[in-house]
Structures are given as structure tokens and as C-alpha cells.
Design a protein around this ligand. Structure first.
Ligand code: HEM
Length: 178
């Protein structure tokens, strides 16, 4: 995963739990990188999972809730760092429809080694968007938080239902209803 995923994670942990927690996580998680991340570097995906699991054990907050909170937080960073992508969409559904065929495509041009999920989009009706998430990284809870962050950014209210389609979590369906 790109370093930005780690540096922003530590920022959220510092804001929510204090700098000591960041220090503790770096000291007590088995991190092949040594816990030193630069925004443009690439690190093993298992390191973010190990950090989140460690944080969950220390805070008693379940892993899915932490990943979701992190996705929501990271979206705010994206609205600043990747503002030019977001202004192109008039509303949340249009934006979510752009992710797979435009935004993540541009991300891959910037970072050819980025590990990105696959999304299938279905506009069931004007008020319903169906997103199928596919990824061997099984980060649907993180996607859920990013969708929440998107709705918040566009000032829209919607209900997000998340349903695992297969057992290992590599295919998950989101039904978003306005
Ligand atoms: C401006 C908006 C966005 C930008 C710039 C962006 C960019 C990125 C970047 C840089 C990564 C990390 C890739 C890596 O570490 O190798 C990533 C991963 C990811 N993105 Fe996006 N993203 C955006 C919006 C979204 C939204 C709205 C969703 C959800 C609907 C989403 C779903 C994901 C997921 C789930 C991953 C984790 C990798 C995986 O599950 O395989 N992204 N994105």
C-alpha cells in the first residue's frame, strides 16, 4: 500500500488517541518496514492490517469499526489532496460512479504499483446505487468508510447496506439508498 495510507492512519490515531498510541503501535506491531513510511513509498498491505488489529486490541474497538472510521477520515484528506477529481462530480452518486473508471485509473498512472479494488456500478434507480467491491485485500469496511466520507462531503444523506457475497470478504455488495 502507498505510504499515504499509513501516514494518514497515524494522523488519525494521534488525533483520536494521542501520540503515545502511535508510538506504542509502532513499537509493538511486527512491521517489516520498521514503521517508517514516506507518502510516495510502497509497503506491504499486511502492515496496515497488523496496525489496525493492534489498535483494536488496545482500544477494544472492533477492526471493522476502525477501518470504517479510517476510510471516512481518509476521504477528508483526499478532498484536499485530490480536489481536482472531486470538483468534476455534481453529486455523491456521480462521484462514486467515477471511482473505478476515472479516479483509480488516474491514481494508477501516478503510482503504477498502487493496489486498487475493482468496482462494478449499477444505477438501480435515481435513488439507489449498487456498488460491487472486489479485492483480494478484503477491505470492504474501509470502502464503507470512504462511501460515508463521500456522502458527508457532498452533504447528502443515504443509507448504506453492506453485504458479503462470498465467504472470505473479497466480494462485497453495497446498496446505497437516498
Ligand atoms: C478522490 C478520491 C479517491 C482517491 C484519490 C483514491 C485513491 C486511492 C489510493 C491512493 C489508494 C491506495 C492504493 C495503495 O495503497 O496501493 C486507494 C485504495 C482504495 N480505494 Fe480509493 N480513492 C478515492 C476514493 C475512493 C472511494 C470513494 C472508494 C469507495 C467507494 C475507494 C475505495 C478504495 C479502497 C477500498 C481501497 C483499498 C484497496 C483495496 O481494497 O483493494 N476509493 N484509493
Amino acid at each position: 500500500m502507498k505510504g499515504i495510507v499509513f501516514t494518514e492512519f497515524f494522523e488519525m490515531v494521534e488525533k483520536e488517541f494521542g501520540y503515545e498510541m502511535v508510538d506504542t503501535l509502532v513499537d509493538t506491531t511486527n512491521l517489516p518496514s520498521g514503521g517508517i513510511y514516506t507518502a510516495v513509498g510502497t509497503y506491504d498491505h499486511s502492515e496496515i492490517v497488523a496496525l489496525v488489529v493492534n489498535l483494536s486490541n488496545r482500544t477494544q474497538i472492533p477492526v471493522p469499526a476502525l477501518l470504517r472510521a479510517y476510510g471516512k477520515y481518509l476521504f477528508q484528506t483526499f478532498t484536499r489532496a485530490y480536489h481536482h477529481f472531486i470538483v468534476k462530480a455534481p453529486d455523491a452518486f456521480t462521484f462514486l460512479g467515477f471511482i473505478h473508471n476515472y479516479i483509480h485509473v488516474e491514481v494508477r498512472k501516478l503510482y503504477p504499483d498502487a493496489e486498487l479494488p475493482h468496482f462494478d456500478i449499477e444505477h438501480a434507480d435515481d435513488n439507489t446505487l449498487i456498488m460491487n467491491y472486489y479485492s483480494s485485500r478484503k477491505m470492504a469496511d474501509f470502502a464503507h468508510g470512504l462511501i460515508e466520507g463521500t456522502l458527508l462531503h457532498f452533504g447528502e444523506n443515504a443509507t448504506i447496506t453492506q453485504q458479503a457475497i462470498n465467504e472470505d470478504g473479497s466480494h462485497v455488495q453495497f446498496v446505497i439508498v437516498k
